[in-house]
Design a protein around this ligand. Structure first.
Ligand code: GDP
Ligand code: IMO
Ligand code: MG
Length: 430
């Protein structure tokens, strides 16, 4: 029996949804433990695409799906996803989907504050997804948040709103100079949401404990990526939760002894949406070509993703921060038209060689990439299903990643479809 955590190693959108959907076949329970609907996880099964923002990517494999206490939940988005799945004949009822009683609710004022702050920052904005994620985590930390257990209790919900809304409206009107919220209409609308979601609410920590006792395997689905982590990422150009593997425990209510492996998802190159330093970013035709071939547009906001070469400085940061036991390399097929490839293996700052990510953002922004060059394979590899059938140059590229990180590659993805995958060593088979 094994419980495995999946995390993004870069700045998100590494292909976590695809790999979670694939590995969910071997899991019994799939758990989201942080973030919210800032995430956009894409699964492609039999040519049909599904993008999940909140419901764990195990739902298509009909596995028990759990939204942990560390997640911030927009109830309208969750209901939309449930309705969508059910309209497609898939099961998404309270028997298969559980929401932690301790998860926090994203309220309309959180979204207004998110937008208002970004607008006020102008050119200095973070480029958030505008989903109210930061303001919601902020309320959690300052003990003004509304948890699901309070949300589905009409008296408590009303009482909480009556306390919070005047303060939020003051801030919205007087500081941000934008629209305020109407307490009564929020109460009415969100009471309808609460009634709909009440049957899904559970003590998730206990659900997971029982799963363990029953010998079930758990897959923890990280959102965002290591370098968007609130502590370890490129602060302040980060999200508002811990995206690294340790939070699988805090964000769902399991202890560290119940985690047996951590799979880091690595896009074969690097992308980033939103603002912030990106040392190996390409501002040339090759960057455009990768962006085009990889269809690099955000799954949540539709924004064009910035593209660059693979960067093993950030990858090794992810190896250390997450305790990675294996790697899944995704989108290798996207590089198939290039004559040669580069891997950033170090940074140069003020004439000094740096092999780690500096905390000082000005220093990081001033870093220049040091590259090594490898041969391209100039071949379409999407139909390949065996590692040994990959072109030699592709295998050399993968071997170089293993050598530079010291972590074994367990999965290679050569297309968006569930079946477009080469599994070398399934993390669940231990
Ligand atoms: P996530 O947020 O980490 O789940 O990643 P996203 O779903 O936001 O972005 C990954 C995108 O790449 C999606 O459109 C996937 O369908 C697609 N994708 C995943 N793996 C592969 C792959 O190996 N090759 C190609 N061409 N596309 C892939
Ligand atoms: P998945 O799970 C890529 C980025 C935003 C912005 C920053 C803060 O699909 O990989 P937020 O709305 O969280 O306050 O925005 O974080 N961001 C993501 N980038 N993939 C994601 O999720 C992201 N979630 C947030 O673009 O730069
Ligand atoms: Mg995404």
């Amino acid at each position: 029996m094994a419980n495995i955590v999946i995390v993004g190693t870069q700045w998100g959108d590494e292909g976590k949804g695809k790999i979670v959907d694939l590995l969910a076949a071997d899991a019994d329970v799939v758990v989201r433990f942080q973030g919210g609907n800032n995430a956009g996880h894409t699964m492609v099964v039999d040519g049909e695409q599904f993008i999940s923002h909140l419901i764990p990517s195990g739902i298509l494999q009909k596995k028990t799906c759990v939204i942990g206490n560390g997640v911030v939940v927009d109830p309208a988005v969750l209901i939309e996803e449930i309705d969508y799945l059910e309209s497609k004949g898939m099961e998404a009822g309270p028997d298969i989907l559980k929401i932690s009683d301790r998860a926090h609710v994203i309220m309309p004022y959180h979204k207004l504050i998110d937008h208002g702050r970004e607008k006020m920052k102008g050119a200095k904005k973070i480029g958030t997804t505008g989903r109210g994620i930061g303001p919601s985590y902020e309320d959690k930390a300052t003990r003004r948040g509304i948890r699901f257990v309070d949300f589905v209790d009409p008296e408590t919900f009303k009482e909480r709103l009556q306390t919070i809304v005047p303060e939020k409206n003051f801030y919205l009107e007087k500081f941000l100079g934008i629209e305020t919220v109407d307490l009564e209409s929020v109460l009415n609308q969100y009471t309808r949401f609460a009634n709909r979601l009440k049957p899904y609410v559970a003590n998730v920590s206990m659900v997971l404990q029982k799963a363990g006792i029953d010998g079930k395997q758990i897959l923890f689905e990280g959102a965002q990526g290591t370098h968007l982590d609130i502590d370890h990422g490129t602060y302040p150009f980060v999200t508002s939760s811990n995206t690294t593997s340790g939070n699988a425990c805090c964000g769902s209510g399991v202890g560290p002894k119940d985690i047996h492996g951590v799979l880091g998802i690595v896009k074969a190159y690097t992308t980033r949406v939103g603002a912030g330093p990106f040392t190996a970013e390409l501002h040339d035709d090759i960057g455009d070509q990768i962006q085009r071939n990889g269809a690099e547009f955000g799954a949540t906001t539709g924004r064009r993703r910035r593209c660059g070469w693979l960067d093993t400085v950030i990858l090794n940061n992810a190896v250390r921060l997450n305790g990675l036991t294996g790697l899944a390399i995704t989108k290798l097929d996207v590089l198939g038209e290039l004559d040669e490839l580069k891997i950033c293996t170090g940074y140069e700052h003020d004439g000094q060689y740096i092999s780690n990510v500096p905390a000082n953002l000005n220093q990081l922004a001033a870093c220049k990439p040091i590259y090594e060059t490898l041969a391209g394979w100039r071949q379409d590899i999407r139909t390949i299903r065996r590692y040994t059938d990959l072109p030699l140059a592709a295998r050399q590229y993968l071997a170089r990643i293993e050598a530079l990180t010291g972590v074994p590659i367990q999965i290679v993805s050569v297309g968006p479809g569930r079946d477009e995958t080469i599994v070398l060593d399934n993390p669940f088979s231990r």
